[in-house]
Design a protein around this ligand. Structure first.
Ligand SMILES: Cc1cc2nc3c(=O)[nH]c(=O)nc-3n(C[C@H](O)[C@H](O)[C@H](O)COP(=O)(O)OP(=O)(O)OC[C@H]3O[C@@H](n4cnc5c(N)ncnc54)[C@H](O)[C@@H]3O)c2cc1C
Length: 516
């Protein structure tokens, strides 16, 4: 028996893909392996959230909770303090600095990795994954036509774009409409009026970046002091804007959260009552309501598992917007800017429902109805931006890879269309609830099984567990007769690093993918 290098492919090198790769590189006990990290964007490790942007966006989470490593919670803070010596665990630091941290951590892990583990980075867009005959191997195909064989594949595809907003058909293709502000950052002109659909975190980012870009100096609260800057209208059904984050200290849940777990076994209504009671208890002893939300959030996977299917539906129908608005919070600095803009009449937040959009000359006419009011109102705006957040329903995805996985039965949407059906370690399940061998998913679509799964804090734990599972010595060795086509017979060493990068590239020689 020969221990040939195993080829483990990670599709997507944002936070999750990078976290899996870093964890794998840090494990010293597994047999020879090549980790192939494939990313379609320019950056390895940063993903959508932490890429360099024209505007210096801040993290939505304090530095003390953004470490990639759950056993070293201050790793990111210590990295940041090398640049910003005064930074504290409670500070909201720039997202681009966090991107740098991810890149540096990935590079350091690569340099320090055991000689029998090699990281190969490829710039490419994966469009399909297929099973190879009856074997457990998988063929990974890129949009440039190249393909290669993997022993295991981890899908770390990130947040899907926002969903289609009903009524926007007349705007599709118009420069007046931005359907995804993270793939096409809106450019505002001074004096414009813009409508933001959504009043959550993306609305806050878009409004603040747009306001700052169109005014010359600092903000004043006087009404007409900044006639040149953009006037924003933001609308959502309830008009709820996330509250501020604070430097509260989470002391853990009383009785290990037993009350919340018992309530979840009964119904969504019991669960809500239990969260409300917990909030009252925390506040009665002088604490911060955010402690109660954190308590529920930390227990979210266990709570979600206990909620019966019908109760999950009830939760989604009635309580989800309130959960989301308390769970996702804004840095105080960001919220203060929003308040200033509201006082200066540069931001108007509405609770209501949009009825239709119409392109009129160079403008968009928007008809909408305020919550609890029958009369129809209109707005004439220069731009409309969809900030409704990611649409996780896989059936509505237009992504080539996701469509192919669903068509081949390698991935299955969960019954509530929150994401994908998975087993332990994110192993994908097919439509008959069977594990798809050697194919794993990590990212926000784990919410189908774990509910809370979008933030670094949760994803890093999934990445650690998955890496340990993949590297476990119990994993079946690959025998020489089952050698993948591109495998070399030489054992990888660091001195061979370049040669081996080329050996993967040479497997793609006919139509090469770009290694980076
Ligand atoms: C704007 C924004 C700000 C955020 N801020 C915070 C924050 O402050 N704190 C926090 O905890 N969380 C934050 N989040 C939540 C975020 O979901 C996670 O922190 C984390 O970035 C998600 O990582 P991911 O790897 O799942 O997705 P991403 O980091 O987006 O990575 C997915 C990667 O996969 C690549 N990819 C997708 N499909 C393919 C394919 N077919 N072939 C090749 N490559 C592919 C994409 O190009 C992308 O780089 C933020 C999210 C957003 C959108």
């Amino acid at each position: 028996m020969t221990h040939l290098p195993r080829t483990l492919v990670i599709v997507g090198a944002g936070f999750s893909g990078t976290a899996v790769a870093v964890n794998l590189l840090r494990l010293s006990y597994w047999r020879p392996a090549r980790i192939v990290l494939i990313e379609r964007a320019e950056y390895i490790a940063r993903g959508v959230a932490y890429a360099d942007k024209a505007y210096p966006y801040l993290l939505n989470v304090p530095a003390g909770r953004m470490s990639l490593n759950s056993s070293d919670p201050l790793e990111f803070l210590e990295f940041a303090q090398r640049r910003l010596p005064d930074a504290t665990a409670d500070d909201f630091l720039p997202r681009s600095l966090y991107g740098e941290y991810l890149e540096t951590t990935r590079r350091d892990a690569e340099l320090a990795s055991p000689s029998h583990v090699q990281l190969i980075k490829i710039r490419g867009d994966v469009c399909s994954i297929e099973r190879v005959g009856v074997k457990r191997s998988l063929r990974v195909e890129l949009k440039d036509g190249s393909s290669f064989i993997a022993d295991e594949v981890v899908l770390a595809l990130g947040n899907p774009p926002p969903g289609h907003v009903p009524g926007t058909q007349p705007l599709l293709g118009s420069p007046r409409y931005i359907s995804d502000p993270w793939s096409t950052p809106p450019e505002f002109k001074p004096g414009e009026t813009a409508l933001i659909i959504g009043t959550g975190l993306s609305m806050a980012d878009t409004v603040i970046a747009g306001s700052d870009a169109t005014r010359a100096t600092g903000l004043t609260t006087e009404r007409h002091a900044w006639p040149a800057s953009v006037t924003f209208h933001a609308i959502s059904r309830r008009g709820l804007v996330p509250p501020s984050q604070t430097a509260f200290r989470h002391a853990g849940c009383d009785d290990d959260g037993g009350k919340l777990l018992r309530a979840a076994s009964l119904s969504a209504r019991h669960l809500l009552r239990a969260v409300r009671e917990l909030t009252d208890e925390v506040q009665a002893r002088g604490g911060d309501w955010r402690e109660a939300i954190t308590c529920a959030r930390n227990l979210a996977p266990a709570i979600w598992r206990r909620l019966p299917h019908r109760e999950r539906q009830r939760f989604l129908r009635h309580a989800r917007p309130y959960w989301d608005v308390h769970r996702h919070r804004l840095p105080q600095e960001t919220l203060s800017k929003l308040h200033d803009l509201r006082r200066a009449d540069k931001l108007h937040v509405h609770a209501g429902r949009i009825l239709n959009f119409e392109l009129v000359n160079e403008k968009v006419r928007v008809a909408w109805r305020a919550r609890g009011n029958d009369s129809i109102q209109t707005l004439l705006v220069d731009r409309v931006i969809n900030c409704t957040g990611a649409d996780y329903n896989p059936n509505r995805s237009s992504d080539t890879l996701m469509r192919s996985l669903l068509a081949l039965g390698l991935a299955t949407p969960d019954p509530l269309r929150l994401g994908l059906r998975t087993a332990n370690y994110g192993a994908l399940l097919d439509s008959r609830n069977r594990i798809v061998p050697n194919l794993y998913y990590i990212g926000p679509m784990l919410r189908a099984d774990h509910w809370e799964c979008t933030a670094a804090q949760e994803l890093r734990v999934h990445a650690e567990r998955l890496a340990h599972h993949l590297a476990a010595p119990a994993v079946k060795p690959v025998f020489a007769t089952r050698r993948a086509p591109e495998a070399t017979s030489r054992s990888p060493t660091h001195s061979h690093a370049r040669e081996q990068t080329l050996s993967i590239a040479s497997a793609l020689r006919d139509r090469p993918a770009r290694t980076i």
